[in-house]
Ligand binder design. Structure first.
Ligand SMILES: [Zn+2]
Length: 201
């Protein structure tokens, strides 16, 4: 491995923490940034630093919220409060929302159960989901998780946790290819997967 000054090495390390970014790409980013004007880099660093300060998380569904408190979806009383669509991340929520086909509420898990990566069920918002179901008159939970190994494992765990609560649990219809991400599904495929959802027994 080539050795760089610590400032460069630290930044390369930081970039490798991003999803899908290996060391080579991280190095490319850093050497690209080194050639950019100082003002541009300053703005970039400010944007990063402010990311945490000006983003709120909805205390109910864990989606991003524009202000402190409930997000616009949770606070919309026109939405069907009896159905909750469970997704891994906020961007999955946005993709489903963009189909315009779903009028219920959401719950953002914050990832998938993945023990080798240290993501055990307690690291996700599963406990908060069961509390939501028990406190409100929820009738159906749609598990809109990605069709990969971690997604399947998370579905099995959620099934065990949710079934004693006596609610209908449904899965998106097959149609999303195995290993593909919800975030890349087109609207027609996703709409069909939602409409054709099937009960998990
Ligand atoms: Zn919310």
């Amino acid at each position: 491995m080539l050795s760089y000054p610590p400032t460069i090495n630290n930044l390369i390390e930081s970039f490798t923490k991003l999803p899908g970014i290996g060391r080579k790409t991280a190095e490319r980013f850093v050497f690209y940034l080194l050639k950019r004007p100082k003002e541009e880099l300053y703005k970039f660093s400010q944007d990063l630093a402010q990311l945490h300060e000006s983003n709120y998380i909805c205390p109910v569904c864990f989606n991003f919220s524009e202000a402190e408190g409930l997000c616009t979806i949770c606070s919309n009383t026109n939405r069907n409060q009896a159905i909750i669509c469970v997704v891994e991340e906020s961007h999955d929520l946005n993709v489903i929302e963009s189909t315009g086909e779903f009028n219920g509420l959401y719950h953002v898990l914050g990832g998938n159960i993945d023990p080798p990566e240290g993501i055990t069920p307690d690291k996700l918002t599963i406990h908060q989901l069961t509390e939501r179901i028990q406190k409100n008159n929820v009738q159906e939970i749609i598990l809109a998780l990605n069709p990969d190994i971690q997604g399947e494992g998370t579905i099995i765990h959620l099934k065990n946790v949710l079934q004693p609560l006596n609610i209908k649990i449904t899965l998106l219809a097959r149609g999303l290819p195995m290993g593909s991400d919800i975030e890349y599904a087109d609207e027609v495929t996703l709409t069909n997967a939602l409409k054709g959802r099937q009960e998990l027994k």
